[in-house]
Design a protein around this ligand. Structure first.
Ligand code: T5A
Length: 212
């Protein structure tokens, strides 16, 4: 195997971080080298931008400013971490990527998909994920998982329920428009069942043994 670039997407509390950790463990147990990362963030400079965009006290960004900040962070992340790891043939598992900009800034915040597509084409043409797993969950269930976790609130945790529903629909729309790349998984199941579905999707795409 020569690894792959896999992104995991979905609304708040869908279980992305949890499932990336489990998938990484499974791949490492099979002898693979895995890089786990996240967006916004993943490189030193991008983590600085993350602090800026998630700050609960900074709520005045326009959708365009936010999309540009996310893209600036992503360019640095790809350059410093993702592209080098892929050149070494490693697996890269990324918690959110361009589809989050589409869903949050493009659809939910109303910027539209055109500007996001153009930014991606201009700066990230070579770095489309090989596979995108969309963890689909009812926003109420996702948010109740987040509340149970009780960590620091980000600006996005203050969105109204309608915004969370728009994000869910946006991810389903992205998957429908790009079925070669995207697989939608039911994230409402318990952790183990979702992990099995994640492994099966990765195995099917990259022909690895899901039971291994
Ligand atoms: N954003 C991001 C944009 O607006 N534009 C962009 O371009 C990008 C890249 C990031 C925010 O930035 C926005 C989107 C986000 O709002 P974040 O803090 O990284 O903020 O938040 P999230 O990415 O949403 O990640 P979270 O950590 O908040 O949620 P996860 O990773 O989906 O969920 P996870 O795994 O942490 O699980 C949440 C809780 O549920 C439990 C876990 O143990 C945990 O307590 N859990 C389960 N419980 C029951 N059943 C299961 N199957 C479970 N799986 C996990």
């Amino acid at each position: 195997m020569s690894g792959a670039f896999i992104t995991v997407e979905g609304g708040e509390g869908a279980g992305k971080t949890t499932q990336i950790a489990r998938l990484a463990d499974w791949l490492r147990a099979a002898g693979e080298t895995v890089v786990q990362t996240r967006e916004p963030g993943g490189s030193a400079a991008a983590e600085r931008i993350r602090a800026l965009v998630l700050d609960p006290d900074l709520s005045g960004w326009t959708p365009a400013s936010e999309a540009l900040l996310m893209t600036a962070a992503r360019c640095d992340h790809v350059d410093k971490l993702i592209a080098p790891a892929r050149r070494r043939g490693e697996w890269v598992l990324c918690d959110r990527f361009t589809d989050s900009t589409r869903a949050y800034q493009g659809v939910m915040q109303g910027l539209g998909l055109g500007p996001i597509d153009r930014l991606e084409a201009m700066f990230l043409a070579d770095f489309r994920p090989d596979l995108t797993l969309i963890l689909d969950i009812d926003p109420d269930q996702g948010l109740s998982r987040m509340r149970a976790r009780q960590d620091a609130e980000t600006r996005y945790d203050r969105m109204d329920p309608e915004a969370h529903r728009a994000i869910r629909e946006a991810f389903l729309g992205i998957a429908a428009a790009d079925p070669e790349r995207c697989v939608v998984l039911d994230a409402s199941e318990d952790e183990e069942r979702v992990a099995e579905a994640v492994r099966a999707a990765v195995a099917a795409r990259f022909m690895v043994d899901a039971d291994g």
